[in-house]
Design a binder for this molecule. Structure first.
Ligand SMILES: [Zn+2]
Length: 405
């Protein structure tokens, strides 16, 4: 048994704060949560953290561990061996957990390497968060991210790719409902790639195995199709048109009334991109996030980390920077923590096992110096990171990639 005491425990249940709290962990599981002394005289190793806040581990609902600023997914595609790429992914997973992320959903890569890494982390061979892997995104021939290997143009082909991904062990399916910005020759962001019926096929195939679907959607029509098809999460949701972001209040109302969560892929590279590529587009995007919040759309945290955007790095250890952008969009610190933990866990289909500090759940938690309800940036002052009860904090350890810049 391990007993952790801290000045404050945020259980992750909305608004629940335990001053002078105590958590007891047995192996990988939480066995008691309450005020100091509530576990009685449970024998075990005591970790006393005065001045600290303990909260559920953070969740990144959208990463690509196979990419970072050193890899141009377009020009270098196919040039990096699977062996080398897997090492890169392992390093990006280590960085991710070093930022306090204890669960992450990898929404697209090639070669089923995300499954290899996921299993290696669970075995203790690699350091990282629990991973939920989408494997190859389903996309049209030559469509957005086609080079990841998931091309399918009609219903039978969609079912085949979906079933192959699930057979390989995917935890969820990813579908590219609209085009995007990063694949030369593919449809642009504002063009849908699939019909509502075709997206529904993906949802059906996933649901048959108890899994959910994450759908990449920038275009208005694609966003609408995703809500109608009942995907678990809509990624980006930028309301993109040939003339830039055009927020649509009616579509937002439809989102708020539907069952899908929205992961607007808000990340810490936001300010740098705004500086380099101009205010107008980025401010319109942030205004869209704020408007969705006001409309009651259920937003969750996910950074799209890995992909460098317009030459600007969006590294996997920059997670908290993305949460600060949510705060700019009008969320209180308590709400930001909620969308980074309990809501993200529910959206990713793992709300039964993680996302809150409750008896029976996995001991996925972090402790930070200070109080993130007062200062969100305190989430950077990690003193403890537990993934299924295993301590993985590595503060002060410099990696090769960090030291060579
Ligand atoms: Zn992505």
């Amino acid at each position: 048994m391990r007993i952790i005491r801290a000045a404050k425990v945020l259980t992750g249940r909305p608004g629940e704060v335990i001053p002078d709290g105590e958590i007891v962990i047995d192996g990988a599981s939480i066995v008691s949560v309450g005020p100091r002394g509530s576990a009685g005289d449970t024998p075990g190793e005591l970790l006393d953290l005065p001045g600290c806040t303990v909260l559920p581990g953070l969740i990144d609902a959208h990463v690509h561990l196979g990419f970072d600023a050193a890899v141009d997914p377009i020009t270098r595609r196919g040039q990096e061996s699977d062996h080398h790429l897997l090492l890169r992914m392992a390093e990006n997973a280590r960085k991710l957990v070093s930022a306090g992320v204890t669960t992450a959903r990898d929404l697209g890569g090639r070669g089923f390497l995300d499954l290899v890494l996921r299993d290696a982390i669970e075995e203790g061979l690699a350091v990282g968060p629990h991973l939920l892997a989408a494997t190859r995104p389903i996309t049209i021939t030559g469509g957005h991210c086609w080079y990841m290997g998931g091309e399918a143009d009609d219903e039978p082909a969609i079912r085949r790719v979906a079933r192959e991904n699930l057979r390989a062990g995917a935890d969820c399916l990813k579908v590219m409902a609209s085009g995007g910005q990063m694949t030369p020759g593919a449809p642009p962001s504002w063009v849908p790639q699939y019909t509502t019926e075709q997206i529904r096929v993906v949802v059906e195939e996933a649901a048959d195995r108890g899994k959910g679907v994450a759908a990449h959607a920038h275009a208005h029509a694609a966003i609408r199709s995703c809500v109608e098809a009942g995907v678990a999460t809509i990624e980006h949701c930028t309301f993109f048109t040939p003339r830039g972001h055009r927020y649509d209040p009616e579509l937002a109302d439809l989102l708020a009334a539907g069952d899908s969560y929205v992961c607007p892929t808000v990340h810490g590279a936001f300010w740098r991109i705004r500086e380099v590529h101009g205010q107008e587009m980025l401010d319109a995007w942030l205004a869209g996030v704020a408007a969705m919040r006001e409309a009651g759309v259920r937003l969750i945290a996910g950074t799209d980390a890995g992909f460098a955007i317009g030459g600007i790095a969006n590294p996997t250890d920059g997670y908290v920077g993305g949460l600060e952008v949510f705060a700019m969009a009008g969320y209180s610190n308590a709400q930001v923590i909620e969308l980074a933990t309990v809501l993200a866990a529910d959206a990713c289909g793992v709300g039964e096992v993680t996302g809150t500090l409750e008896v029976g759940k996995r001991a996925d938690l972090i402790a930070v110096a200070g109080d993130p309800l007062q200062r969100l940036s305190d989430l950077r002052d990690l003193v403890l990171v537990l993934v299924s009860g295993r301590s993985v904090g590595q503060s002060g350890v410099d990696t090769v990639t960090a030291s060579v810049g």
